[in-house]
Design a protein around this ligand. Structure first.
Ligand code: SAH
Length: 340
């Protein structure tokens, strides 16, 4: 039993069962949302704290790194000693947090550091929420005055491989008793599990859907993303069309440019043909090379040529500004440094 996974009402019911007044449940819930540790709570007397010590969330910030560009990277440690990373990026329009959904990942993408050690376990909804509550607090925020405005599920892990907990998380973080973050400001990134794209469309949350495509033919995709053996590019893009039809939200394509693998003029043409007429936007990403892998980033100049080609073919595309490179910006890179 972990209070981190419960709603305010559920915590209230629980404390009443433990012979405590209901208002204690509200205080406990509010303290969790404010990112407080049990020791930091001032409104609860000692005997109450003792009664709930086994149920109160124990995750904490294990390490924090601040980049030259202001990006902050956090390692969050959970009760069982597992560590995940999350990143806070500041933009003109607000602060975006990138959170992890699993400890490790089993998707096996060749360019990604999260998958090097395989999947350790899923995160609970409360552990995904906890990353946000802790970082919000660390930056001077609380429930009423939140610092975080946008959430991307783009950290370690494949969110669709942890579907139920991720859905519970989305419902909780967007509720008024939590940080009340609009679902429109939440974005989920997936390597393309087609059945789950349809299930997410059914939920009709209206969150943004981002597909990590990274290749323009199934054969090339199979070389860098094992998931391509299960679902074809066409099946994925058809599911994205259904997502748009159901939710009215345009979708996003992530395309990490890898030197000599997927960054040719022919790739730009094939990508344009795949996306022609679709309501989507392409984010081109500069590969952040993972030292265990033999893949190199494309040159800035080639990325610009690739982007211009897409634009010339009528596809909406931009090169994503790279942030936090000096602090092991990409998925899993920082965690790997610490678990070895
Ligand atoms: N599993 C999900 C979310 C996590 S990965 C997904 O596949 O989308 C988040 C994004 O970072 C993905 O687009 C992924 O392809 C990209 N990424 C992973 N490692 C990277 C690296 N070393 N350099 C650049 N982008 C990377």
């Amino acid at each position: 039993m972990d209070f981190a996974n419960l709603t305010e009402q559920q915590i209230c019911d629980y404390v009443v069962d433990l012979q405590m007044p209901k208002f204690r449940g509200k205080q406990i819930h509010q303290s969790i949302v404010n990112g407080l540790s049990l020791e930091e709570i001032t409104v609860l007397p000692k005997d109450i704290k003792e009664k709930i010590i086994d149920f109160y969330p124990k995750h904490k910030i294990y390490k924090k790194l601040i980049s030259k560009d202001g990006t902050k990277k956090y390692l969050i440690e959970f009760a069982d000693g597992n560590i995940v990373e999350c990143v806070l990026m500041s933009y003109k329009y607000g602060n975006t947090i990138c959170v992890s959904t699993q400890v490790g990942c089993r998707m096996g993408c060749k360019f990604c550091a999260s998958t090097l050690q395989g999947l350790n376990r899923n995160l609970t909804a409360g552990e995904i929420l906890g990353q946000i509550y802790l970082v919000n607090k660390d930056n001077g925020g609380n429930k009423k005055n939140r610092v975080i405005t946008n959430i991307v599920l783009m950290g370690s892990g494949e969110p669709f491989d942890n579907f139920e907990n991720v859905c519970q998380f989305i419902e909780m973080i967007s509720s008024e008793e939590s940080l009340n973050i609009s679902k429109r400001n939440i974005s989920l990134s997936t390597c393309g599990l087609v059945d789950k794209i349809d299930q997410l469309a059914e939920k009709n949350y209206g969150i943004s859907l981002t597909i990590s495509l990274h290749a323009t033919s199934d054969d090339e995709r199979k070389k860098i993303m094992p998931v391509a053996n299960r679902w074809s590019i066409k099946e994925i893009l058809d599911a994205c069309d259904r997502y748009f039809a159901k939710t009215g939200r345009r979708f996003y394509i992530e395309y990490t440019l890898v030197n000599g693998v997927n960054d040719s003029k022919e790739d730009a043409l094939r990508l344009s043909n795949l996306l022609k007429g679709k309501v989507c936007h392409v984010n081109l990403i500069m590969l952040n090379p993972v030292k265990e892998r033999d893949l190199k980033a494309t040159s800035r100049q080639n990325a610009e040529i690739f982007c211009k080609k897409l634009n010339d073919y009528g596809i909406s595309a931009t090169i994503r500004r790279s942030m936090g490179e000096d602090i092991s910006g990409s998925c899993g890179q920082l965690r790997n440094k610490f678990i070895k």
